[in-house]
Design a protein around this ligand. Structure first.
Ligand SMILES: Cc1cc2nc3c(=O)[nH]c(=O)nc-3n(C[C@H](O)[C@H](O)[C@H](O)COP(=O)(O)OP(=O)(O)OC[C@H]3O[C@@H](n4cnc5c(N)ncnc54)[C@H](O)[C@@H]3O)c2cc1C
Length: 409
């Protein structure tokens, strides 16, 4: 039986951040990470396309939480304790400088996730965190007796190589169904896991053969629901992607799973009402009378998308603005402001994905990230039913939770 003060299950982003902060705060405690892989931090390694999008330059907690479809309410308090500014400072103090990109995403200036991994491994070594690899945890149980004289143990953790006992246990295993099962056996409710952050598969004449085209600012809604988002939209080889779509996939993760990823979306490519657009088209009919509609893209739309929408409006290639009839103008206004597309399936976004689901939010004390069911049991990272849109927010959740665990311990 191996005895440690603190055991952390999972050597990922949250597990390392918790371990380092605990060991730094309480050098007298014996802290061990049990990691099932032969190395840890594998998601950090591949994150952000190998650059690791560490956090996001959003410094107002009430704004930051808006990026969390699950966890918005619960993270507000924690973000007042530790958020983006603290993350930047934490890394800076340990020699890792972060930079902000135009869209607010923050990366190490080296543009390499290895910088973050090296920082964590150095800090862990400096503060004598023990990291036990190839240690897949098979069981967790509560122990009520004093297993060892003068050492109040609360948990027994069965690993690959043997059993561990500890006073305090931190579960930071990400989206691992086996661990969720063990937590259920300890009485915790687990919100059913479903994928979040995915792109929409769409087969439609209007987007075929134009991958790479970006509409800079669109409104998208899922027909028959309240799901709505706005932002850039990218046409891909298999459908649509970019923030307008990814946000919908995150905020609609459960709803879209219930629909088996078959649903309709309505896109307003120009953020105008049908009526306003029609008025504008009437004015263009007058101003551009001799010009060919197909060739004169409007509303800042990319030419290739304009071509597709014009053809979908039954407007032939050679038609001039002056010759448009009322029906064609209505068709065009319809395509520009309320174009309906059928989604049939989903794809992963740049291999990045997160899982919605996990330990029920009502069963976690968000001041400490301690279980409300079992004292001395803590959670951090994706194991809880918290997830975010893309942009560095998922890691920020891991850092914040792990930091508050270290404080509470
Ligand atoms: C390709 C990709 C790119 C991403 N890029 C970004 C990004 O740039 N920015 C961002 O904010 N988010 C990104 N994310 C999301 C982000 O990686 C996760 O939200 C984050 O890693 C969650 O941290 P975590 O510590 O909770 O879980 P993880 O990082 O998944 O770590 C969990 C650890 O627990 C270990 N473990 C699991 N079960 C056991 C067990 N039974 N016994 C022992 N160990 C176990 C695992 O091996 C793993 O090492 C990305 C995700 C993917 C898939």
């Amino acid at each position: 039986m191996i005895v440690r003060d603190i055991i952390i299950i999972g050597g990922g982003a949250a597990g390392f951040f918790a371990a380092i902060n605990i060991a730094e705060r309480y050098p007298e405690l014996k802290v061990a990470i049990l990691e099932r892989g032969k190395v840890g931090l594998q998601k950090v390694k591949i994150s952000g396309g190998g650059r690791c999008n560490v956090t996001h330059a959003e410094f107002v907690p009430s704004e930051l939480v808006l990026n969390y479809p699950r966890g918005e309410k619960e993270l507000l308090g924690p973000f007042h304790q530790f958020m983006t500014g603290d993350t930047i400072e934490w890394f800076e103090k340990r020699g890792v400088e972060l930079k902000i990109e135009d869209d607010g995403r923050m990366f190490p200036i080296t543009d390499s996730s290895q910088t973050i991994i090296d920082c964590f491994l150095n800090e862990a070594q400096k503060h004598k965190v023990e990291i036990i690899y190839n240690e897949s945890v098979k069981n967790i149980s509560l122990i009520s007796v004093k297993e060892i004289e003068n050492f109040d143990c609360n948990f027994k953790v069965e690993g690959q190589s043997g059993n561990f006992i500890c006073k305090k246990l931190v579960v930071a295993t990400g989206s691992n169904p086996k661990i969720w099962k063990l937590l259920e056996e300890l009485g915790h409710r687990i919100a059913h896991p479903v994928p979040s952050l995915f792109t929409f598969n769409i087969k439609d004449e209007r987007i075929i053969d134009i991958p790479g085209v970006v509409a800079q600012n669109v409104d998208v809604k899922v027909v028959g629901t309240d799901l709505f988002s706005e932002g850039p939209l990218l046409i891909t080889h298999v459908g649509m992607s970019a923030p307008a779509i990814l946000k919908l996939s995150a905020f609609g993760a459960n709803e879209l799973a219930n629909r088996h990823y078959k649903f309709q979306i309505e896109i307003n490519f120009i953020k105008q009402s049908f009526e306003d657009c029609l008025e504008n088209l009437k004015a263009l009919k007058h101003h551009l009378a001799r010009k060919i509609v197909f060739k004169s893209a409007q509303f800042d739309l990319p030419k290739r998308l304009w071509h597709k929408l014009v053809l979908a409006s039954n407007i032939d290639l050679e038609i001039r603005w002056a010759d448009l009839n009322r029906q064609q103008m209505e068709n065009l206004s319809n395509q520009l402001t309320q174009a309906v597309f059928q989604v049939d399936g989903k794809s992963t976004f740049k291999e990045e994905f997160v899982t919605a689901g996990g330990v029920h939010l009502k069963e976690v004390n968000f001041k400490t990230f301690e279980s409300k069911l079992h004292k001395n049991l803590f959670f951090a990272g994706e194991v809880i039913n918290v997830d975010a849109v893309t942009g560095g927010f998922n890691f920020q959740n891991a850092w914040t939770g792990a930091y508050l665990v270290s404080k509470a311990i």
